[in-house]
Structures are given as structure tokens and as C-alpha cells.
Design a binder for this molecule. Structure first.
Ligand code: XBP
Ligand code: MG
Length: 251
């Protein structure tokens, strides 16, 4: 018996929406602005995404690029602030398209009094602008973002902090994530994890996930369960399916 579902915890980039192309574009424009000898094509970015956090990703890329300058952490922060401004501008220009089923499940949880929590590696201003732009301002009772924890995903710190802030036990929540780093982080904090891989995280190893589906599904477009309760069937992920996920996880 796992008790009542109290919180639904969400990752942002790749889970709520496919935002990584905007991040990539903003990084590349920032590199050009600062005259840095870096350009991240999609293949390079897919590899670099294994390092979470934009500043950490930039530091790694500079270190592994022959001839690139050595920047201090402060200088990296300056490039990253410029990138953040560009990202916010791109987000406004391009608009936000939530992934299938996201708004529906958020609305159902909110209506049922299940707390919505955002646990994201991206910077807090990006998270706030995203929620505003998506018409979700005020929906999340807790937003944890960026440097709120010293160690980013796949470290479990951000999900452990959510538990601490909410007085939440792992069995009282379900996490929705899109990547292996997210899965490891949420699992490390003991949560059941439902994975909907994003474009940049297709084909990663999700064998420990409690449930794996290509997306959350909509009534006219259910999702084929690849792993977890009702594997092989097509479902629309709603609160009742999340109860099955929790039951599956606790056995
Ligand atoms: C994804 C990330 C982020 C973004 C960039 O985080 O790793 O670093 O790519 O954001 P999540 P910043 O999926 O946990 O939301 O440049 O603001 O760090
Ligand atoms: Mg993600």
C-alpha cells in the first residue's frame, strides 16, 4: 500500500517541452558574440548534454577543444548570462509547445490537489519565463532550478531537496523525466520514475525506469507503453495510470 499521491515532480527541458534546440541556438550565438572557437552541431550537443548545466557544459567543451581559451568560472558565467538572455529572447519569439499530454496531466493533477513541483537543471529565470510563456504561472507550488543545489543531475540532490522542502516521502511522489541523467537523479532520491525520452535522449538506457513511454498520450493519441505497467498496450497517462505506476514500483 503506497498511500495517497501527494506530488507530481517534473523535469523541464525535454520533458515539458523540446527546448534543447533553443538552448543550442543561444549557446552558438553567444559563442559567436564572444569570439569563442566553438560551434555545437546537433551531434556534438547530444554528446555534451551528458554534462548537465549550461556553465558546466561550456567548461567541459572549452577543456576538450584544442586551442580554446581557458576561461575562469566568472568568465564562463558571463558568457552563460549572455546565453541566458538570448535563450529568453528565443523563447519569446518561438513560443512554447508543450509535449503531448503535458497540459492535460498537469491540469488533472492540479484539479485533484496533487502538488506540482519543477526540478530542473536550467537557470531559474529560464524556468520562470517558461512557466509564464506556457500559461502555467502559479501552477507549481515549488520550483527548484539551476544552482539551487551544488551538484546537478544525475546527482539526486535536487529531488532530495524537493523532499525536504515539501516534507515528502519518495512513495508519495512520481517523477516525470526525459533522459538518463534525470532518471538517475530521481531514482537516487528513491522516487518512482516515468520516462518520456526527448529527441536528444532517444535510445539512452532506461532499464531501471518504473515506466517508459514515448510521450504521455492524449485521448486521440494514446502512447504505447514500452516498459512498466500495461507494457505493450496503448495508454493515456492520467492519475489512474500513475497509481498503477506507483503500485508497480512498490512491488
Ligand atoms: C537540461 C540542462 C540544462 C539546459 C541549459 O536540464 O541540462 O542545462 O540544457 O540550461 P533539465 P542552462 O532537463 O534538468 O531541465 O544553460 O540555463 O544551464
Ligand atoms: Mg530534461
Amino acid at each position: 500500500m503506497v498511500g495517497k499521491l501527494k506530488a507530481l515532480l517534473w523535469d523541464l527541458d525535454g520533458t515539458l517541452a523540446e527546448t534543447e534546440e533553443l538552448h543550442r541556438e543561444a549557446f552558438n550565438r553567444a559563442f559567436a558574440h564572444f569570439g569563442l572557437p566553438l560551434y555545437w552541431d546537433q551531434e556534438t550537443y547530444a554528446r555534451l548534454l551528458w554534462t548537465t548545466g549550461g556553465k558546466e557544459r561550456l567548461k567541459r567543451a572549452l577543456e576538450e577543444t584544442p586551442g580554446a581559451p581557458t576561461l575562469s568560472w566568472e568568465e564562463i558565467g558571463e558568457v552563460h548570462r549572455y546565453k541566458t538572455d538570448l535563450y529568453l529572447q528565443l523563447l519569446r519569439e518561438e513560443g512554447i509547445v508543450l509535449r503531448p499530454g503535458v497540459r492535460r496531466l498537469l491540469a488533472e493533477a492540479r484539479e485533484a490537489g496533487v502538488a506540482l513541483v519543477l526540478c530542473t537543471t536550467t537557470s531559474p529565470e529560464n524556468a520562470e519565463a517558461f512557466l509564464e510563456g506556457a500559461g502555467l504561472r502559479g501552477w507549481f507550488s515549488l520550483v527548484l532550478a539551476g544552482d539551487v543545489v551544488p551538484r546537478k543531475k544525475p546527482d539526486p540532490s535536487i529531488y532530495l531537496l524537493a523532499q525536504e522542502r515539501l516534507g515528502l516521502k519518495p512513495q508519495e511522489g512520481v517523477v516525470v523525466e526525459d533522459s538518463r541523467n534525470g532518471l538517475l537523479s530521481a531514482m537516487g532520491a528513491g522516487f518512482p520514475v516515468l520516462i518520456t525520452p526527448s529527441l536528444y535522449a532517444l535510445g539512452q538506457d532506461y532499464h531501471e525506469a518504473t515506466a517508459l513511454l514515448p510521450h504521455l498520450g492524449e485521448p486521440g493519441n494514446p502512447a504505447a507503453v514500452l516498459q512498466g505497467p500495461r507494457a505493450g498496450e496503448r495508454v493515456v497517462v492520467d492519475l489512474s495510470y500513475l497509481e498503477e505506476v506507483r503500485g508497480w514500483w512498490s512491488t
